[in-house]
Design a protein around this ligand. Structure first.
Ligand code: ZN
Length: 356
């Protein structure tokens, strides 16, 4: 009797443990699907619908499709209902869950009713005013948050100057983000949607999430026929399917890459092993952190008032910008401390890292 009980509990324990490990193995990729806007923030407003409704419907349809076909993917939504979620919280959801991918879904608007088409954004410095306009409109939602000035270190979504910070930013996820964005636009074209291309601009929600991330603009709510398409269930499913197909490509590449990374230590010949180790070492090169105070198009004199009395300022020229930085350390906590000291004088300053 007693041994039977032990056997039973052992079997139970075995099942519990194996199901625990199986779920751990099975769910190794986390995607955060972010339906833009919601609640008191409708986003762009059309004649027959609002951006927030389109974004949510497509986000949920995308999630359903991933769930159906990819048991190894954990899906997290920033919202599943018509509620207001601040931008910083959306990114925090991704970071808290160690997301592998962040897809933000939006709908575009233009002053001309003729404009139509899809575009996908990755984080970066805008090259055209149009791209800046889109980022400005999408970032404007932070002004609906009570403490936004403090929360976003005086980032003003309506001021062009605020966007300079995206210029020097070295986004370590940029390659993966562009890969996904390119495939999304490819699939849009295949599905018969007008392709406006992959673009870059300073989106706060992408800036704050620490993983590859894209922001999709599904189409223009200001264009009559496109709005009808965006409001229809068939249209929404088609758009979700486009993003899904690109996701599948991304995931396939991700799986292949993580497999090769795991294989790296298993090398037999000496020559191979040195090559691989050196590659591995360069991957783990220490990051040097600096605080970028600002970036301007003309070189400033050493004693410029713009430095507000700070000494030992470095300057780096990238493109047509002179980037002024302060401090230099390989310790992230040290640079954060330093930033706290100067944040009042330089509210737009950012921490930048480089591996050179
Ligand atoms: Zn939007």
């Amino acid at each position: 009797m007693k041994s039977n009980t032990i056997k039973l509990s052992l079997t139970l324990l075995f099942f519990l443990l194996s199901s625990f490990f199986l779920s751990a193995i099975n769910q190794q990729f986390t995607i955060v699907i972010d339906a833009g806007h919601g609640g008191k923030d409708p986003g762009a407003i059309g004649k027959i619908t609002k951006e927030k409704h389109i974004n949510l419907a497509v986000a949920l349809a995308l999630g359903r499709q991933i769930k159906r076909n990819h048991k190894d993917v954990k899906i997290i939504y920033t919202r599943t209902k018509d509620v207001f979620i601040p931008l910083h919280k959306r990114a925090a959801i991704a970071n808290r869950n160690h997301a592998d991918l962040f897809i933000s879904i939006h709908t575009n608007a233009a002053s001309s009713r003729k404009v139509r088409g899809t575009e996908t954004y990755t984080l970066g410095q805008h090259r055209t005013k149009k791209n800046l306009d889109v980022a400005m409109r999408e970032n404007a939602v932070i002004t609906l948050e009570n403490d936004y000035k403090k929360r976003y270190h005086n980032f003003d979504p309506h001021s062009v100057d605020s966007y300079i910070m995206f210029n020097l930013m070295q986004d370590r996820y940029i390659d993966n983000s562009i890969y996904l964005a390119t495939h999304i636009q490819k699939e849009f074209r295949k599905a018969g949607r007008r392709n406006l291309g992959v673009r870059q601009a300073g989106f706060v929600v992408l800036y704050r999430s620490a993983c590859p991330s894209v922001l999709v603009e599904l189409g223009f709510i200001t264009n009559r026929s496109e709005e009808r398409f965006l409001k229809s269930t068939a249209g929404r499913n088609k758009l979700a399917n486009v993003i899904y197909k690109a996701f599948v490509k991304y995931k396939k590449r991700y799986d292949k890459k993580s497999k090769t990374t795991k294989n790296i230590p298993i090398v037999s010949t000496k020559q191979k092993s040195t090559r691989k180790t050196s590659r591995k070492n360069s991957k783990h090169k220490k990051t040097t952190y600096r605080i970028q105070l600002f970036a301007v198009k003309r070189k400033l004199p050493r004693n410029s008032k713009a430095f507000k009395g700070l000494k030992n300022i470095s300057v780096h020229k990238t493109g047509s910008y002179y980037k002024y930085t302060y401090g230099k350390t390989t310790s992230y906590s040290e640079i954060t401390k330093l930033k706290k000291k100067i944040i009042k004088k330089f509210p737009h300053s950012i921490i930048v890292g480089s591996k050179k």
